[in-house]
Design a protein around this ligand. Sequence first.
Ligand code: NAD
Ligand code: ZN
Length: 381
Amino acid sequence: MKAVVYNGPREVMVKEVPDAKIERPTDVLVKITSTNICGSDLHMYEGRTSFEKGRVFGHENLGQVVEVGNAVDKIKVGDWVAIPFNVSCGHCANCERQLTAFCLTMNPGMAGAAFGFADMGPYPGGQAEYLRVPYGDFNCLRLPEDAQEKQADYVMLSDIFPTGWHATELACVQPGESVVIYGAGPVGLMAALSATVKGARQVMVVDRHPDRLKLVESLGAIPIDDSKGSPVEQVMALTNGIGADRGCECVGYQSHDPQGHEHPNMTLNDLVKSVKFTGRIGVVGVFVPKDPNSPDPLGKKGEITFDYGLFWNKGQSMGTGQCNVKTYNRQLRDMIHAGRVKPSFIVSHKITLDKAPDAYKHFDARDSGWTKVILQPVAVA
Ligand code: NAD
Ligand code: ZN
């Protein structure tokens, strides 16, 4: 089958790899009709992780089931399914508590496994014609009758919509509150959508790309352009000098200033400053325990200079980590089905798999108009 394969920093190739197949009786085999390129793929694409050459990318997957193992009960051939990026077993101590991003069995020695991801187990990704889904009954979310027609919405259930929602959960966003979000990439935009659905009265999103800030505006949220002045001062001006009730970090360790210089601590320290005393911060942007290719000496060790004194003095708190997709994907699916939300508003490109190398280049450069790419490995009939 054809798949998008990592070939070293800033190089992916579409090439023939061994077919995905049922390996264990609990597996489900899915024909992939929609699979997204994610900001998380870019950390790997840029050579900023230990992702091995030859591995297949793709953790935001949707498709139709073509085969099931003997021990699969619920999922049937022909079902349309959205597949969480987390690969989880469903029966360990963490999965039983819904902490599927920290599954204890699928990536021995660590907590948490994912498709096509550095340091998260050997699982090939779904930027390919077929994907093997371990523990298919547990991991596949069945989609309703409008699955095919609304797949650009439903594919967001595999990662970024639940992840944006998770950012607002970690920050404990309540109705009537004000929220500041750093990053207007797909994840930040989904956090803004989530905060809006939850009834936040004021949602502010910081970035510097005009096309992304326009999408912020389309949600009725307030775009904050940090290339035009300090984002902290802009947030303070919009909140009577108090700061936002809640803050969401949707950028990660490759955060940079508008001139392009990387500062891994930039968004975290800006959040401490722009969130109110006793406010709470949710961090879903990825930070890594080691980053040998960081331009920052501390960053190489996965460390940052964090304004801990101010954080403590303000009595703030913080929640962090990968999203437990299964905690939210069912309810978010039902919101899409009911027409309550349309997360596909961020999609800029739907293209065939062979165009992936070019799409990676544009999305990595955050070229104007490249906000979210859906690859379509198998044409939908
Ligand atoms: P993206 O790279 O497309 O978007 C990031 C945005 O942040 C860009 O628009 C960029 O201009 C902006 N930015 C950079 N520095 C900034 C700064 N200092 N202040 C404000 N904005 C800044 O990526 P994405 O797909 O939106 O993902 C965002 C992050 O979320 C990545 O780190 C990704 O790995 C992570 N992620 C985490 C999870 C999870 O489960 N926790 C899941 C998916 C993605
Ligand atoms: Zn992703």
